[in-house]
Write a new protein. Sequence first.
Length: 192
Amino acid sequence: MQAITVIIESSAKHCHVTRETLDALFGKGFELEVKKMLSQPGQFATPHRVTLVGPRASTSIAIVGPCRKVNQVELSLTDQRSLGITAPIRESGDVKGSAGCKLIGPCGEVELSEGAIIAKRHIHLTPEDAEKFGIKDKQIVKLKTTGERALVFDEVVARVHREYATFVHLDFDEYNAAGLKDPDPTGEIILD
């Protein structure tokens, strides 16, 4: 079987907000600016930041655009512990019944009853790459990294969609634990 080599990206704490939440935080009609396009088509980093408030502490986090249908705050285990937020490990988009928190912007604040998660480690795949590699949507695979702190990550969920580009996403805790360094570290997908 051929090795399936993929680029690994780190994902820092950030949030996705709805149009309504953006209006409340930054003012009616505010538009997100593009700081940098991200690897996933149509997704972009913005220069806009909000204060995330938890029971124990607060921190500044970036907004990732464009606006979404639901609010989502993505944290690492380290982030959740320092903030005092008990966020579940979930796939992106699965926020029902997740942890709440407060977001404060320059024009207002929003109390979220849910939305804070720790994003499950995952690999985005184009349908073409998924077919080539023999990987199905929602399949659980392993990721082997290389280097001085090489690791094998289990429970990596494959997410296949025509709007994706093929990249692995790990949060900062995972990325740093494996000693990965920019630019563009790679790993190998292991199929059971």
